[in-house]
Design a binder for this molecule. Structure first.
Ligand code: UDP
Ligand code: MG
Length: 313
């Protein structure tokens, strides 16, 4: 059995309404390319009938489909990671199961990899998400780019293609909570980006609520940079200097004017502000410690219940 040339990876979490259409369109595109390929779908602990559907699809096309069953929900990035650990292809493509990334765009990405780019990121043309999602992403993206020095036009776009070398490095990095496009970018030597279509999610719901998005971005910032810690040190330094000047000023007032009680509220306001900043700093240190804790615990990043595939060679 010869190795596939392409591996297409799809994380699946409660996508029963999309799986059949996705698989049909995906195989149509890939069959049309005339190269050997495999599709790896990771069922990330779906509670709906996605698992059953994946079994059925596997029965239809065991020649191209491989299914990894997790025994819990470990998140989109771990679902991709599990597939990264097992890819057989030379070029690896990731996309979402919800059909927001049209499979018909895949050949475009692959052509760029074949031209010599080792990471090809998609960015979404007329992104079809709510205004709130788009604005929030824009702000977060700008902050993240400055802090992590990862230049990605659209971090949320999962339609991406990688050379196998990059995928192997990502898979062996061993990080617990990570963000695959950023990690891959840090291993890339020749990345590029290309515009891809984006359509609204027609069936099923987005799995990311506001809280999950905030968490993801904390992960990005603390996982790829220590700049937040350094900024905090810097801020603490500036505040200390200002406070010192303030103390000197108050001391002189005390000598010149004598004891005063006015200004108590101003002082309280300043104090609360500083206490708030202090708590923020503690929380931020906590983010890093939490990460360190997760890493040193050395628990498995995810657990696989079952794999459906034809034998390895
Ligand atoms: N997903 C996953 N595990 C999760 C959440 C999401 O595997 O815990 C998958 C989901 O099935 C989809 C992709 O990740 O294929 C992106 O999820 P979604 O479309 O909900 O995110 P959005 O497009 O809203 O950012
Ligand atoms: Mg989506």
């Amino acid at each position: 059995m010869s190795r596939p040339y392409l591996s297409v990876i799809v994380p699946v979490y409660n996508e029963e309404e999309n799986l059949e259409t996705l698989f049909r369109r995906l195989t149509a595109v890939l069959d049309g390319m005339g190269r050997r390929y495999e599709i790896i779908m990771t069922n990330d602990g779906s509670a709906d009938s996605s698992g059953v559907l994946l079994h059925r699809l596997y029965q239809q096309r065991p020649d191209v489909l491989r299914v990894i069953e997790f025994n819990g929900n470990f998140g989109q990035h771990m679902a991709i990671m599990a597939a990264f650990e097992r890819v057989r292809g030379e070029i690896v493509v990731t996309l979402d199961a919800d059909l927001q990334n049209p499979p018909e765009e895949i050949p475009k990405l692959i052509a760029l990899v074949e031209q010599g780019y080792d990471v090809v990121g998609g960015y979404r043309k007329n992104r079809r998400d709510t205004w709130f999602r788009r604005t929030a992403s824009r702000i977060i993206n700008a902050v993240r780019a400055r802090i992590t020095h990862i230049e990605m036009r659209d971090q949320g776009c999962m339609l991406r293609a990688y050379r196998r070398r990059v995928v192997d490095q990502v898979a062996s990095s061993g990080e617990v909570s990570t963000f695959i496009p950023a990690l891959a970018y840090s291993f890339a030597s020749n990345p590029t980006e290309v515009e891809v279509e984006h359509v609204e999610r027609i069936r099923g719901q987005s799995k990311y609520n506001l809280y999950a998005l905030i968490r993801l971005n904390f992960d990005l910032m603390t996982g790829f940079s220590v700049v937040p810690l350094q900024l905090f040190t810097f801020f603490g330094f500036v505040v200390s200097l200002l406070s010192f000047a303030f103390v000197v000023y108050l001391f002189i007032r005390r000598l010149v004017i004598g004891p005063e009680v006015q200004g108590v509220f101003t002082l309280f306001a300043i104090l609360y502000f500083l206490v708030g900043i202090g708590i923020l700093g503690l929380g931020m240190i906590g983010e890093y410690i939490g990460r360190i804790y997760q890493e040193v615990r050395r628990r498995p990043r995810f657990t696989v219940k079952e794999i459906l595939q034809q034998d390895d060679d």
